[in-house]
Design a protein. Structure first.
Length: 170
């Protein structure tokens, strides 16, 4: 674990967390609720390249949920959903290194867990309606925005080399 606690990785996690919080803040009006597109979820594909960024995405989600979210259940369930999805994305990068699969964990995990938060906080919609609604928003964020982001980042030689090193160490 020591080799993962480098200054570079700590800074990278901080940058990812700050970006996540910033995107939630800028787009908070569409980041929560029965019909949501959390633009910040585009960052959940980053662990495909940099597994350590799962921590930054989680911290960003936790703080974003604490500042603009629904309450303690959002903090726990919503942030955990993001962490699980990010960790699964990092795992997939090792097992199925096809970038087009990177958005699948964020889409599926959030579609299954976020409706629970909405129901706890009083949504009158059914679970499966909410799951479909969240899934559509996640598809836009994780696949529609996240995949192009991943594609651009993979074309930067220094980041590609750094990514290959980090994934080999994970």
């Amino acid at each position: 674990m020591k080799k993962h606690l480098t200054t570079r990785n700590i800074v990278l996690c901080g940058i990812v967390a700050a970006l996540y919080i910033t995107l939630v803040g800028i787009f908070h009006f569409i980041s929560f609720g029965e019909f949501q597109i959390r633009v910040a979820e585009a960052l959940t594909v980053l662990p495909f390249m940099f597994p350590i960024t799962a921590i930054g995405v989680f911290i960003g989600a936790l703080l974003g949920n604490m500042i603009w979210g629904f309450g303690v259940f959002d903090w726990v369930i919503g942030s955990s959903a993001t962490l699980i999805a990010a960790m699964m994305t990092a795992w997939m990068a090792r097992k199925v290194p096809i970038k087009y699969f990177a958005p699948i964990p964020p889409i599926v995990i959030n579609a299954l867990l976020v409706p629970l938060i909405l129901l706890i906080y009083g949504s009158s919609q059914g679970y499966w309606f909410l799951a479909a609604s969240v899934m559509v928003g996640q598809m836009f964020a994780a696949a529609g925005l996240g995949l192009p982001l991943l594609t651009v980042l993979q074309k930067i030689p220094a980041l590609k080399e750094w990514s290959d090193e980090d994934r080999a160490d994970a």
